[in-house]
Design a protein around this ligand. Structure first.
Ligand SMILES: CC(C)(COP(=O)(O)OP(=O)(O)OC[C@H]1O[C@@H](n2cnc3c(N)ncnc32)[C@H](O)[C@@H]1OP(=O)(O)O)[C@@H](O)C(=O)NCCC(=O)NCCS
Length: 169
């Protein structure tokens, strides 16, 4: 991991670029079809900043490298979290910046926020085929929460993961 990468809240002037980066990250490599209706949600970084905490990773020239959205249980973007937990969504790293630990840095930023807020667990759900992300989560101590798997639309199963704060030791 390059020491110059920082994680911070996104600025309004970055919302369009964050939306673009998120879409590019999911569409590159065929994780999502560009015609999929979910693409419009991925573009909507301004909505994520309004309803949740929109974080970005940038380099020392302020170039955007990645993003993640942190949401509270019961808030408009939450899907699988329960009271006392913290959820994250739409983790994305620019294809050109992958393999440098930026996804890990963004996920650790979520874990840090959970610790600061006293959340007992961090949770997320993800498409079954997002295996690179799943390896990252497993490496960081997340495990599967099969009882929270769900289907946003019939036939599309999302798999849930969680990392309890007890894992911090
Ligand atoms: C998942 C994702 C955020 C990981 O970001 P990242 O910054 O590349 O994460 P890391 O640097 O920790 O590397 C992750 C893996 O990619 C591998 N990798 C190395 N170089 C790479 C490269 N040039 N391109 C892609 N992956 C590379 C790493 O070795 C690592 O593999 P491992 O887990 O088997 O060790 C990123 O791949 C992404 O944006 N994917 C598309 C969106 C997505 O799946 N989001 C998750 C939704 S739940």
């Amino acid at each position: 991991m390059s020491p110059q990468v920082i994680v911070r809240p996104a600025r309004p002037d970055e919302f369009d670029a964050v939306g673009e980066l998120t879409v590019r990250s999911y569409v590159t490599g065929g994780l999502l079809d560009r015609e999929d209706p979910y693409v419009a949600r991925l573009y909507d970084a301004a909505g994520r900043a309004r309803d949740a905490e929109l974080l970005v990773a940038t380099d020392d020239t302020d170039r955007l490298l990645g993003t993640v959205t942190v949401c509270e249980p019961g808030s408009p973007l939450s899907e699988v979290s329960r009271p006392g937990e913290l959820e994250f969504r739409m983790l994305a790293v620019s294809p050109a910046a992958r393999g440098r630990g930026i996804g890990e840095l963004l996920t650790r930023a979520v874990l840090d926020r959970a610790a600061q807020r006293g959340a007992r667990q961090v949770v997320l759900s993800s498409s079954e085929w997002m295996s690179v992300a799943h390896r990252l989560y497993t490496r960081l101590g997340f495990s599967r929460l099969p009882d929270r798997d769900w289907q946003p639309v019939p036939g599309l199963r999302l798999v849930a993961f969680g990392r309890s704060r007890a894992a911090d030791g």
